[in-house]
Design a protein around this ligand. Structure first.
Ligand code: DLL
Length: 434
C-alpha cells in the first residue's frame, strides 16, 4: 500500500508525542499573542505555553466551542491579519451566523498535502481521473479534495453537485476512476444509473472517497456493490480545516488521524473529563500547523473512540472509529449541517410566537427530505385559507434562507403531534436508514 508521507505517518509514539508537544507549545504562544479570546482565557487561568510540559497537560486548557466562534464572528479567532488570508470558507453555526474559517497561503499548501495523504491512503494515484461531486463554494469539501487530488498529480474533474445525468455521462465519457462525494450522493448516482439501465461494470470507477456525513457499513456495502468500487470514509470539519483531518486506508478499519497536524482527545460530553483510548466520547481536536485559524481543544460534537494500535497498512497514526453520532442535535441533510434551533427560530419569527412543531427527516429514493409539521395554534387557525397558505410559504422561505435547504411544511391539528412521557415533543424524527 502506498504512503504519501512515510516520515509523518509511520513514526513511533514517542517521536509523535515529542513532535506534537513542540508544535503545541508554539501554537499556544501564537494564539496567546494574536487572538484576544485565547489571551483572555489563558490569562484568566494563569496558563502559559511553558506550563504544557507533556501532552496530558493539555487537559488543563479550556475547550473552544461553536459558541466561542459565534461570539467572535467573523474574524475574531483569526491569528493573522486579514491581508495574510488568501481563502475564506464557512459552515453552518447554531444560529443564523455561519462559522468563518480563514486560510493563509501556507495553510492551503498544508491542507492540500493532508488531503493528498488521505487520498493516497484510499488508493488514489497520479493515474486517476477524480470526479469531484461536492459543491464548489464556501463548503470546504470540494476545494479541499480538489487541491489534494491535484497535489497527487491526478486529473481532476470539478463537477460540483447536482446534474446527476450529466455526472453519469461525464463518468462514462471521461472514464472517471475515482468519485468524491457524500455517501448519500453516491447512492443517488447509483439509483439513477439503474433507472437509466447503465451497468456499473461498463464504467471505469475503481475508488470512492466519501465523507461529510455519517454512513454505516451497510451503506458502504451497498455503494460498493452498486457502483463497483472500493469505498473509503474520510472525516473533517470546517472549524478544524475541512476534509483532511482523518481518512481510512484500504484496510477500512478506522480513520487515520493526521496527528502531526491535529491532536485528538476523547472526552465525556457531559463532564468534559478526558477518557482513555478505546472509550467512546466526544472528539476534541487541537490544530498544530494551521496559521490563520488555529483551534485549541475544539469540541467537535462528534462521537467516536481512538485506537493507537499500528495498522496493517504500516501507519502508526491513531485511528478514529467511524462517526455515527453527535453529542448535540445537529442534523446533516444532503451534506448541509442544520440545527433544529435554526428551524425553530424561523418558525418563531413567522408565527410571532411559540408554535409546537416536529422535524421529520426521511430518505425518499436516494435523497434526504425534510418535512416540518406545525400544529395549528389559535392564531394560525383564525387565518383565512389564503393567509394560512402564505404563512406556510413564508415559513418555507425563511427556513430555506436560514439553512440553505428546501423543506416541506405541513399544518396539523392542535395536539396531534405525539408527546413523549415528559410531555414534550421530540424535535426531530430521523427515519433515514444509516
Ligand atoms: O463536512 C468537511 C468535509 C467535507 C469532510 C467533505 C469530509 C468530506 P462541515 O460542513 O463543517 O465540514 O461539517 C462537519 O460533518 O463535525 C461531522 O458531524 C460531519 N462529518 C464530516 N465528515 C464525516 C464523516 C465537512 N466522514 C461535520 N462521517 C462534522 C460522519 C462526518 N460525519
Amino acid at each position: 500500500m502506498s504512503i504519501w508521507d512515510e516520515k509523518n505517518e509511520c513514526m513511533s509514539r514517542d517521536e509523535m508525542e515529542q513532535l506534537q508537544l513542540e508544535r503545541l507549545q508554539a501554537v499556544m504562544n501564537r494564539v496567546h499573542k494574536n487572538v484576544v479570546h485565547y489571551r483572555k482565557t489563558f490569562d484568566a487561568l494563569g496558563i502559559i505555553a511553558e506550563d504544557v510540559r507533556s501532552l496530558s497537560d493539555l487537559a488543563k486548557i479550556p475547550f473552544t466551542t461553536k459558541e466561542d466562534l459565534l461570539i467572535n464572528y467573523p474574524y475574531g479567532m483569526f491569528a493573522v491579519p486579514l491581508r495574510e488570508v488568501v481563502r475564506i470558507h464557512s459552515s453552518s453555526g447554531t444560529t443564523g451566523k455561519p462559522i468563518v474559517a480563514g486560510y493563509t497561503k501556507n495553510d492551503i499548501r498544508m491542507w492540500s498535502d493532508l488531503v493528498a495523504r488521505l487520498m493516497t491512503a484510499a488508493g488514489v494515484t497520479h493515474d486517476d481521473l477524480v470526479q469531484i461531486a461536492f459543491g464548489y463554494g464556501v463548503f470546504t469539501g470540494a476545494f479541499g479534495m480538489h487541491y489534494g487530488a491535484e497535489a497527487i498529480g491526478a486529473s481532476v474533474i470539478p463537477m460540483g453537485t447536482g446534474n446527476t445525468d450529466k455526472q453519469i455521462t461525464i463518468m462514462q465519457d471521461y472514464k472517471t476512476t475515482a468519485l468524491v462525494s457524500t455517501p448519500g450522493y453516491a447512492l443517488a448516482l447509483a439509483q439513477r444509473m439503474e433507472q437509466l439501465g447503465i451497468n456499473p461494470n461498463a464504467l471505469n470507477l475503481k475508488t470512492g472517497l466519501f465523507g461529510g456525513e455519517p454512513w454505516s457499513e451497510k451503506t458502504r456495502a451497498e455503494i460498493e456493490r452498486r457502483l463497483m468500487l472500493t469505498a473509503t470514509d474520510n472525516y473533517g470539519l470546517s472549524e478544524v480545516i475541512g476534509p483532511g483531518v482523518a481518512g481510512e486506508c484500504l484496510c477500512k478499519n478506522g480513520l487515520h488521524i493526521y496527528e502531526d497536524s491535529f491532536i485528538p482527545e476523547i472526552i465525556d460530553p457531559d463532564t468534559g473529563k478526558v477518557l482513555s483510548p478505546g472509550q467512546s466520547g466526544e472528539l476534541v481536536l487541537t490544530t498544530l500547523t494551521k496559521e490563520a485559524f488555529p483551534m485549541i481543544r475544539y469540541r467537535t460534537g462528534d462521537i467516536t473512540s481512538l485506537n493507537y494500535a499500528k495498522c496493517d497498512c504500516g501507519r502508526t497514526l491513531a485511528r478514529m472509529r467511524k462517526v455515527m453520532q453527535r453529542s448535540d442535535d445537529m442534523l446533516i441533510i444532503k451534506g448541509v449541517n442544520i440545527f433544529p434551533a435554526q428551524i425553530e427560530e424561523a418558525l418563531f419569527r413567522v408565527a410571532q410566537g411559540e408554535t409546537p412543531y416536529q422535524i421529520i427527516v426521511e430518505r425518499k429514493g436516494a435523497m434526504d427530505s425534510v418535512e416540518i409539521i406545525v400544529e395549528v395554534t389559535d392564531k394560525i387557525f383564525s387565518l383565512e385559507l389564503q393567509k394560512q397558505r402564505s404563512f406556510l410559504e413564508t415559513v418555507k422561505k425563511r427556513i430555506s434562507d436560514q439553512t440553505g435547504i428546501n423543506v416541506d411544511v405541513k399544518l396539523v391539528e392542535a395536539k396531534s403531534i405525539p408527546r413523549q412521557q415528559d410531555g414534550k415533543i421530540a424535535r426531530v424524527v430521523d427515519k433515514r436508514p444509516m
